[in-house]
Design a protein. Structure first.
Length: 327
């Protein structure tokens, strides 16, 4: 366990001494915490690609000027709170206090990562990703969210109820390892479960059973729903969170989405021609997470059998915000 910090070597030594944890300037596996620094202070130009876990990150945005504010705004959009963003000059004591508090939020610095064997059921999250029609990027969001959680050290399973199932394409997994409760299991960095007989014939009792079992084995269970999920399937799933994805087609995707109660809404493939004001007029008080259209990044990811989160800055920023809202 270590902290990845972009600060200079002298400051990193002081951080390590006060926090009693190694602090490294180069990444060596997944860090327990990250300190991001703007380029004028020896760091980077934009924070978004480096924010893999908003809850375990602080940002030093440079000077308290327009450039610093823009850097800080990007960090906020990726899911960081105000207390996690600093401007120069930074007091080491205040920085140490915030890092200590954030690292202790999940039970202290001795237990940063989740067990890969058994998960405390009360902390597991069952997340369903829905789209009210095909083509809105539901599976893209589901796969990217799974990859995000995997990247911060959590054990993740995806139940792919899509018709046809395509989540495995985002991870380059083709060969099945086993079957379980009528589902084919494809093992990888993220484990994918697909009904053998197709989603429409899959028994709701089996779905309820396997979701309950996976909640005990995985930190996150993400369910990629079909555009029109069976009522019996929805009743069988005890959800912690529903993510509703829609796109620029305000009539066929946004209007049906607006009728859904209690979800987190994602305006995917957002384009300037369809303004957010129009979306707001349909969605009312709902404030969606906005992911801008990025055809180049998404196509590059698919051709390399990777989730769009890996190649698209727009998707990475949106998924960071989504993960922060899910908690």
């Amino acid at each position: 366990m270590y902290i990845h910090s972009m600060l200079n070597a002298e400051v990193n030594e002081k951080l390590a001494a006060r926090l009693n944890i190694p602090v490294k300037s180069e990444k060596d596996g997944e860090p327990a915490f990250t300190v991001i620094v703007k380029s004028s202070q020896g760091g980077i130009e934009t924070p978004t690609p480096y924010i893999t876990n908003p809850k375990k990150t602080v940002v030093i945005a440079g000077k308290n000027d327009e450039e610093g504010w823009a850097f800080a705004e990007e960090a906020e959009k990726a899911g960081l709170g105000e207390e996690q963003i600093f401007f120069m000059p930074v007091k080491l004591k205040e920085l140490v206090e915030v890092i200590s508090r954030l690292m202790e939020a999940d039970g202290g610095t001795e237990d940063i990562s989740w067990s890969t064997d058994t998960v405390n059921e009360t902390r597991a999250k069952t997340i369903a990703v829905a789209g009210l029609r095909g083509g809105v990027g539901r599976s893209t969001v589901a796969a990217s969210l799974a990859d995000y959680f995997k990247g911060i050290g959590e054990k993740v399973a995806v139940i792919d109820l899509g018709s046809p199932p395509v989540v495995n394409m985002h991870f380059g997994i083709e060969a099945a390892d086993e079957t379980r409760d009528g589902m084919v299991v494809l093992k990888g960095d993220v484990d994918i479960y697909v009904p053998e007989t197709g989603v429409w014939d899959y028994p709701s009792d089996n779905l309820q059973k396997i979701v309950s079992e996976l909640n005990l084995q995985y930190r996150r269970v993400i369910i990629d729903l079909p555009p029109e999920p069976r009522h019996q399937h929805m009743e069988a799933i005890n959800l912690d969170c529903l993510v509703v994805v829609f796109d620029y087609d305000m009539i066929l995707s946004a209007k049906p989405a607006a009728a859904v109660q209690g979800g987190i809404f994602v305006y995917n493939k957002a384009v300037p021609e369809v303004s957010q004001l129009l979306a707001a007029s349909i969605l009312g008080d709902i404030e969606p997470i906005v992911i801008k259209m990025d055809i180049e990044g998404c196509n590059a990811a698919l051709s390399d059998n990777k989730p769009a989160y890996v190649y698209s800055e727009a998707v990475a920023q949106g998924i960071g915000q989504l993960a922060a809202r899910i908690g």
